[in-house]
Design a protein around this ligand. Structure first.
Ligand SMILES: [Zn+2]
Length: 435
């Protein structure tokens, strides 16, 4: 009934504009991913690249632009005589090798609410051998919760534009439900960043199994904090990346006759209309929406966070993204403003980076820093909202593997899920026991 009511609400919106035909499956066969050296002329080069059929990976174009170029435009690109290196000869082949893309209709389909799914077996580590469908992620939440019934519950914080549930799990320790400051984790706000849901679930798995096996460190962590974990906060975009376009970033909200989707991470209602860190153009990858917080996904996430703020407050917020291997502190909207507890947040972030580097012989390097000076100006982002409105003590965006477009950017091979999860688990153990 709830779902029907939602559809009758969005139906007038959808019929007011012609829905663009973006359901044609894109395989990216023959697309070449390149890294162009910009030498400070990023904006001018970006403008020239806009004439190509291509998908840009990064928006911090001061030093480089990483971009996937369609085969029919490769000659045109060559003629631009730019300085570049090839990161991936054939993106389509990498997507096939990655193994999670199965073309079909992304549709406006809803899944049942989690309460309607029946628990199967408690998950094991084989889950992390491959990327998983949205439906399987929902079942995984039900399965893992069923093995930890006394200290967890399933949560649905709202519904997406197309009516899919934004689901997660709430964990607590000996103090009981909602008795401690919150640790809030969001995954997959950018649809193509698949590794983020998997890593968030790896951490969840370790928290639950660690507590169940009486690991003293994990016990003290769960006894000190209530965890609210949402692995996929942009379900429509995520389903679209699995069925139609692996490199889709935004939501799937219809805005105009030619463009779909809002960057939910430019839509948070804080300093939303600061110029320069988002786009007013509905066709752009960083489109901010028509008004602050005007996406159903953002409305749901804001409301949920507000309930945590009003209860015991937010101790730690992490928005999980990929890629670049960065630990990013606020602020994104102002490059000259520093968070009040900058020294403390930086010292914790450096500790996390060391713990990650020490996690394996690979010594993966994550670089901490404030968003705007480190990466680029980003306005209407979650971490700025959590810091200033949500009053979170620690508010980070973590950009997972790989470090650059080499290593396949968003298309991280599935055999890196477990190593990514494991190094981040070591990082989180450090953070959660010292913060
Ligand atoms: Zn992202």
């Amino acid at each position: 009934m709830k779902v029907l009511a939602l559809f009758s609400l969005i139906a007038p919106l959808a019929s007011a504009v012609v829905i663009p035909d973006t359901d044609k499956v894109i395989t990216y066969d023959g697309y070449r991913v390149v890294r162009i050296a910009t030498h400070g002329r990023g904006q001018a080069i970006e403008k020239r690249l806009k004439t190509l059929n291509a998908v840009q990976y990064n928006f911090d174009t001061q030093e480089r632009i990483e971009i996937a170029i369609a085969p029919e435009d490769l000659r045109k690109f060559e003629k631009m005589k730019l300085e570049y290196e090839v990161l991936d000869e054939d993106l389509g082949a990498s997507i096939v090798a990655e193994g999670g893309f199965s073309p079909g209709s992304a549709g406006r389909k809803t899944i049942s609410s989690l309460n309607e799914l029946t628990p199967a077996a408690f998950p094991d580590l084989t889950w992390f051998n491959a990327y998983q469908t949205f439906e399987k992620h929902q079942q995984w939440l039900v399965d893992i919760q069923s093995g930890f019934p006394e200290n967890s519950e399933l949560i649905e914080v709202g519904r997406s534009y197309e009516g899919r549930p934004i689901n997660g799990i709430h964990l607590w320790g000996k103090g009981g439900k909602d008795s401690k400051p919150a640790v809030l984790w969001h995954g997959t706000v950018h649809a193509r960043e698949w590794i983020s849901a998997m890593v968030v679930e790896y951490l969840t798995y370790n928290l639950i199994t660690g507590y169940s096996l009486n690991d003293t460190q994990v016990h003290s962590i769960l006894d000190n904090y209530d965890f609210y974990i949402l692995p996929v906060v942009n379900p429509d975009g995520f389903v679209y990346t699995q069925k139609t376009n692996r490199l889709w970033r935004k939501s799937r909200q219809v805005r105009s006759s030619s463009c779909i989707g809002t960057d939910i991470n430019r839509n948070w209602p804080f300093k939303w209309d600061t110029p320069g860190g988002s786009s007013k153009n509905a066709c752009d990858e960083t489109y901010r929406g028509e008004a602050a917080g005007d996406t159903p996904e953002n409305t749901a996430l804001t409301k949920h966070a507000e309930t945590l703020v009003a209860n015991k407050g937010i101790k730690l917020y992490i928005d999980w993204h990929s890629f670049s291997q960065l630990i990013l502190l606020p602020y994104g909207y102002d490059c000259n403003r520093q968070v009040d507890n900058y020294e403390r947040q930086m010292s914790l972030a450096n500790g996390v980076a060391s713990a990650i580097a020490g996690a394996s012989s690979a010594k993966t390097r994550f670089k901490p820093g404030a968003t705007c000076p480190s990466l680029y100006k980003a306005v209407g982002g979650s971490t700025d909202w959590m810091q200033d409105v949500g009053k979170a003590e620690i508010s980070w965006c973590i950009e997972l593997r790989p470090s650059g477009g080499g290593g396949n950017g968003f298309i991280l091979p599935a055999n890196q899920i477990k190593p990514s999860g494991e190094e981040m688990w070591q990082g989180m153990l450090h953070l959660l026991t010292t913060m």
